[in-house]
Design a protein around this ligand. Structure first.
Ligand code: ZN
Length: 574
């Protein structure tokens, strides 16, 4: 048993105090390890950078010698002491769904950020005492020995159970098929609670029906509502943390739908990634990168179901669902990394630059392309089987054969399950679009048509995009190049990401750069600033459309086969 006490003195400093007792069991030295990343964010987090005042003592309080053996590992000389008493402070000043945060209102901990484990014995149980004001309530998926004393049977479980302790926590509950679901709300927010509970019950029921059961005995949604814009969720085995804002605006329909979307997505992860795990992440190795090419399954399929199940439950209208689909098509087409790096390679590279824009034309998003791959697979299965099969069946098999048995799946396992449905051979589709970089558009057009949905195209309403292949960011009183289409007039002229346009044919733009460019289309001369130097460029539109806008619209007179696929897609019944 590893005993931990968590202190919250001087909360305005944002340092959480930790005291821990590790048993040395006769070892001359023990390695105390802090995770270098957190599941859900497949890149190094380097949490050790937030630690100060790290000290190890023996039972009598005498300091023990130690040295670091990696950026996250401390090797302590036990000097014969039966216990190693560890104290340190963790700087918790960042509030997002995967961080830890302390102030005068709350203690919020993601234990994966700031708890150590005994590198020789990660399976030891933990007891965590929270030294917080008596009136604080605690929201967490951990077992409670008392309101402020929590228990975990291993480091893996502790690391996977975030907690919020606060006196202002609001608590709602609902139940589906005998399983209790808790909604904890930190931060004041204007929500229609009855509607929220109904919508949550509906998507939870659909997910449990899809998989047959849920791999936890209860589930906790931990919400942080903040006054500023924030949209972030992180999945765990029996809980999720979702941070959203601005809190005052949740009466707006689109923000409420966003909240449902992220919640449905995170709950789906309870099966898809927390339980159904790529073989490379079973078990998690917290000391280093856990590379996997299957992001199109663990994030892509989850993103697809996060929204499609809301359409199936009725929380999203058909129009809203088709908006989601064409927004994904748009993001895909706008990303010129799609012809350079496959979604499988981009999944591997989340460890390199997966959560920032990265360099131009390099990589794709596992969420975006993964959504489109899942959509292709679902519609092909439904159509080929005349409604008798769908991606639901594949996910259920993945759960039964891998998740429930704690067996990690490989890319081949997933492909084999798709093929096992016996209605379509997905091998060449995966070669082209998962491990390859072929253009998705013809296939997307084809699969959407199977459900009687037309992918309509029109030129972008922005003149520079349509005629020059040039996207501009005018949000900060400056006109900056935000995207350039390969081989477009913008590219050929020498314009590049980050260039600032200071004049169009000698005139400084004033919130009218599109208008100025259109006026001077015949002989377009741009003055730009690049790294402090002025550069003059001449551009010539070619008559070709360089940026296209996409819209999904239901066909006006679908065939009976298209109706059948549409109905199966919408009801999910097979
Ligand atoms: Zn996700």
């Amino acid at each position: 048993m590893i005993k931990y006490t968590v202190r919250t003195a001087h909360p305005h400093r944002h340092f959480i105090g930790f005291e821990a007792e590790f048993i040395s069991t006769g070892r001359e030295r023990i390695t105390l390890q802090l995770p270098s990343w957190r599941p859900g964010r497949y890149e190094l987090g380097n949490f050790a950078k937030n630690i100060r005042a790290w000290k190890a003592c023996d039972a009598s309080g005498k300091e023990l010698k130690f040295r670091k053996t990696s950026k996250d590992a401390w090797l302590v000389e036990t000097a014969g002491s039966s216990v190693v008493r560890l104290t340190y402070q963790y700087y918790a000043a960042e509030l997002n769904a995967g961080s830890s945060f302390l102030d005068e209102e709350q203690l919020y901990i993601n234990p994966v950020n700031c708890f150590f484990y005994d590198a020789d014995n990660p399976q030891l149980p933990y007891e965590v005492a929270l030294d917080v004001p008596a009136e604080y309530r605690v929201a967490t998926g951990l077992q409670k020995q008392s309101e402020h004393t929590l228990a975990a049977h291993s480091f893996d479980q502790l690391a996977d159970c975030p907690l919020i302790a606060s006196k202002s926590l609001k608590h709602l509950t609902y139940e589906v098929q005998g399983v209790p679901f808790h909604i904890w709300i930190q931060g004041s927010v204007n929500l229609n609670e009855q509607r929220l509970l109904q919508d949550f019950t509906d998507f939870t029921e659909l997910q449990m029906n899809l998989f047959g059961d849920i791999p936890c005995s209860e589930y906790h949604f931990l919400f942080h509502f903040v006054p500023y814009f924030l949209r972030h969720g992180v999945e765990h085995a029996n809980s999720t943390v979702i941070t959203m804002g601005p809190a005052a605006d949740f009466q707006q329909e689109h923000l409420y739908k966003d909240l449902l979307g992220i919640s449905c997505h995170e709950l789906f992860h309870t099966w898809n990634v927390k339980n159904i795990r790529p073989v490379e992440m079973l078990p998690y190795d917290f000391t280093r990168e856990n590379y996997s090419e299957q992001g199109y399954v663990y994030e892509g399929v989850t993103t697809y179901y996060g929204d499609s199940l809301l359409w199936r439950s009725g929380a999203l209208t058909t129009e809203e669902w088709l908006d989601v689909v064409h927004d994904h098509v748009q993001d895909y087409v706008n990303n010129h990394g799609r012809l350079n790096l496959s979604v499988a390679q981009s999944s591997w590279d989340t460890w390199l630059d997966g959560y920032v824009a990265g360099v131009p034309w390099r990589k794709v998003s596992i969420y975006n392309e993964g959504f489109l791959i899942a959509l292709m697979c679902d519609l092909i299965l439904i159509s080929s089987a005349n409604g008798a099969a769908s991606l639901d069946d594949v996910m259920k098999k993945l759960y039964d054969r891998f998740g429930k048995k704690s067996i990690g799946y490989t890319a081949e396992d997933y492909l084999n399950l798709l093929n096992e449905m016996g209605v379509y051979d997905f091998a060449s589709l995966f070669d082209s679009f998962v491990t390859g970089t072929e253009d998705y558009n013809p296939m997307l057009r084809e699969v959407l048509a199977m459900a009687g949905v037309e992918l309509q195209e029109s030129p972008s309403s922005k003149w520079s995009e349509t005629n020059l292949g040039l996207s501009l960011d005018e949000s900060n009183q400056r006109v900056l190049v935000s995207a350039v289409v390969p081989e477009s007039p913008a590219d050929v002229s020498g314009l590049w990401y980050g260039d600032e346009i200071i004049a169009v044919n000698g005139i400084a733009p004033y919130k009218n750069v599109q208008h100025l460019m259109r006026m001077h289309a015949m002989q377009l001369e741009l003055a730009i600033l690049r790294k402090g130097k002025r550069v003059d460029l001449v551009l010539a539109p070619t008559g070709k459309t360089w940026v296209t806008k996409y819209r999904c619209v239901r066909m006006s007179s679908p065939t009976s086969q298209q109706d059948l696929v549409w109905d199966s897609w919408k009801t999910g019944k097979s």
